[in-house]
Design a binder for this molecule. Structure first.
Ligand SMILES: Nc1ncnc2c1ncn2[C@@H]1O[C@H](COP(=O)(O)OP(=O)(O)OP(=O)(O)O)[C@@H](O)[C@H]1O
Ligand SMILES: [Mg+2]
Length: 338
């Protein structure tokens, strides 16, 4: 038995904070503290050094909630930057030291294939099978090359998810049931679900997977995207009211522009129009058009890992901080929900 637990407790650290002093994943730290690590002999030799680190090393000041913050993009249009936002917000959160789980529910699998190779995906179990069998999602989690990012992969069968759901009972509760252990164990600070553009019945399943659930929307600074904002907000507001009757708390964080090119005349005008539509739900920050976004995806990385100095790295860092601020306000009830 090692002394990690008593050293950690003496210092008043949570297990997550202790994991951060060692730059370790939370479940690895847990195994260390419980003495259930696979390479126990090697670890025992290193234990005095690890204990010293837990006793003395700097602990990044991160917000810690009693439950994972579950976050998903919501908008009824394709190609608005949902997948890009999930990949890059996850990247920034992980860089800050948060433990992140991505659950890909899209049929395109772009998020999955950013974090896993095709071979890894072929050997993995996917969200579709979990939903089909109403199974615990925990064994479906895959580690990625980024220690703070895990993923539950998707596959092309998600194309058929609404037809599958139509054959099942308690449809809206299914993803929630699959996620129950993950939520209860509180291993992850953030869970990001990538979702498809339709606002059909599967959206209800996603929006009920956790209570509360946090939504955000994204649009490019283009008329066709911006036009979708009022109906999307309408859908969100209606769902908030209806779901509230069943005790489900849907929290809309707001909208940010996922791609704006200031060399185009319409850019400033688009910002103004979006601001008028959204009021307080408009993020003051936006993501500028940046070729590093697609280069990073080709290199299977969030842009912050691919090129820290890129415009998009800076912009997604600011957006993520804005999300954190808004979540914090809602968690502590400082802001009235829309
Ligand atoms: N800031 C940006 N600069 C340049 N390109 C961007 C930016 N943001 C997104 N893109 C590009 O826009 C395209 C669409 O983005 P993305 O796939 O994230 O949209 P989506 O909403 O997930 O689409 P779908 O509805 O098909 O799932 C991608 O090719 C992506 O690389
Ligand atoms: Mg997508």
């Amino acid at each position: 038995m090692n002394n990690l637990k008593s050293i950690r407790e003496n210092r008043g650290l949570t297990k997550k904070q202790a994991a951060r002093t060692l730059h370790l994943r939370y479940d690895y730290y847990n195994a260390l503290e419980n003495g259930t690590f696979d390479d126990n002999e090697i670890i025992q030799a290193k234990m005095p050094e690890l204990e010293k680190q837990v006793e003395t090393h700097y602990v990044p000041k991160l917000v810690e909630y009693s439950h994972p913050i579950v976050l998903t993009p919501a908008i009824g249009k394709g190609g608005v930057g949902k997948t890009t936002s999930v990949i890059n917000i996850a990247g920034v959160l992980a860089e800050m030291g948060y433990q992140v789980l991505i659950i890909d529910t899209t049929e395109q699998c772009d998020t999955t294939l950013t974090f896993l190779s095709t071979e890894e995906l072929n050997n993995a179990k996917t969200i579709y099978s979990a939903i089909e069998g109403v199974e615990d999602l925990k064994p479906y989690i895959c580690h990625t090359q980024f220690p703070m990012i895990d993923i539950v992969p998707s596959d092309y069968r998600m194309n058929n998810i609404e037809a599958l759901l139509a054959t099942m009972v308690c449809q809206e509760q299914i993803l929630k049931m699959c996620m129950q252990t993950i939520l209860e164990e509180n291993m992850y600070d953030f869970i990001l679900l990538d979702a498809s553009n339709h606002l059909g019945s599967f959206k209800n399943v996603v929006w009920m997977c956790s209570n509360p659930i946090y939504l955000y929307s994204t649009v490019k600074a283009e008329a066709m995207d911006i036009r979708q904002l009022p109906p999307t907000i309408n859908t969100i507001t209606n769902c908030q009211k209806t779901f509230a009757r069943y005790g489900q708390d849907i929290r809309y964080l707001g909208n940010f522009i996922s791609k704006i090119n200031f060399s185009q005349k319409v850019a400033e005008e688009s910002l103004e129009v979006v601001k008028q539509i959204l009021g307080a739900k408009n993020f003051d920050c936006y993501v500028r058009q940046d070729a590093s976004i697609s280069s990073a995806i080709e290199e299977q990385q969030p842009v912050i890992n691919y090129k820290r100095s890129a415009k998009a790295s800076r912009d997604y860092t600011v957006i993520t901080n804005e999300i954190l601020r808004r979540v914090e306000e809602m968690e502590y009830g400082k802001e009235k929900q829309q």
